[in-house]
Design a protein around this ligand. Structure first.
Ligand SMILES: Nc1ncnc2c1ncn2[C@@H]1O[C@H](COP(=O)(O)OP(=O)(O)OP(=O)(O)O)[C@@H](O)[C@H]1O
Ligand SMILES: [Mg+2]
Length: 259
């Protein structure tokens, strides 16, 4: 049965979608059957996989509306081990608002995910930033949480808020929820505060709750969005890709030791 990970952060732009895409691609390169589900109406994950709005008519939004079966939503990627479910098509703000409200239908998503877990080794959720019902819905389905933390002071200050949300979900609806780890992203020693932030994280968090892998700041990730191909697929030997492959290996070794 596949292990389900929610990728969440309080602050926007912390690298959730980049992590969802490249960690998903890295699991696929390691031949794990991977399903990436986008719960963010921004639709960044589809963009990063080169899937255009016209390439699909339905997504997670239709699943929550009860209009689609999860199996009808699966979109293949260039790697047979990675499949994708887009957030959906939204033509106005009201539809985006409704999707956020549908996030409260916790049982619908959980049942749908359960019905495909046996066909997957890993399921990843990309989520919108902050404490919102779609992030809660992903946390309710998840076994474990990956928290990307951009190496800058504001991101660090918002970390307690997302930890509080995870704690609340664990207490109220999903007692099995674990934290896989805080993932330092956009690490760049040219910025003084990068090292200050990472030192604070290492000092204040138990060692096993911070990934050893650190994601460097690399232009490759922005270019990959433009090309519609995760960096891990585009150039697997680049330092950017190797970081996500190492992260996948770190998580896989945890999976193996928990068996
Ligand atoms: N390691 C990195 N190095 C350089 N740029 C990065 C890195 N990770 C992400 N970026 C860039 O930073 C921006 C934000 O990244 P991303 O979209 O992954 O964050 P996010 O947390 O999903 O944002 P949102 O909260 O809006 O969903 C993007 O332009 C992305 O290309
Ligand atoms: Mg995103």
């Amino acid at each position: 049965m596949g292990k389900t990970f929610a990728i969440v952060s309080q602050k926007g732009g912390s690298g959730k979608t980049t992590t969802a895409l490249n960690l998903g691609a890295a699991f696929a390169v390691r031949k794990l059957r991977t399903l990436l589900i986008d719960l963010d109406p921004q639709g960044g994950s589809a963009y990063g996989l080169g899937i255009k709005p016209g390439d699909f008519s339905m997504g997670a939004n239709d699943l929550l509306l009860g209009k689609a079966d999860i199996r009808d939503l699966l979109i293949p990627s260039e790697n047979p081990y990675l499949r994708f479910i887009p957030a959906g098509s939204f033509s106005n703000v009201a539809e985006v608002d409704r999707f956020h409200n549908l996030g409260k239908r916790l049982g619908v998503l959980r049942r749908a995910v359960l019905s495909v877990r046996d066909e997957c080794d890993v399921i990843l959720f990309d989520t919108p930033p902050g404490e919102n019902s779609l992030a809660v819905s992903a946390l309710n389905c998840a076994d474990s949480v990956v928290i990307p933390l951009q190496c800058e002071p504001l991101a660090l200050r918002t970390l307690p808020q997302i930890l509080r949300l995870i704690r609340e979900v664990k207490t109220k609806v999903n007692p099995a929820l674990d934290i896989e780890g805080v993932l330092l992203t956009m690490y760049d020693v040219r910025y003084g505060f990068t090292e200050q932030v990472s030192e604070q994280v290492w000092k204040n968090f138990p060692r096993d709750l911070v990934f050893e892998t650190i994601i460097p700041r690399r232009e490759d990730f922005s270019k990959a969005f433009i090309q519609g191909r995760p960096a891990v697929f585009d150039n697997p030997m680049s330092p950017a890709s190797l970081a996500y492959l190492q992260l996948a290996d770190e998580i896989i070794s945890g999976l193996a030791s928990s068996l």
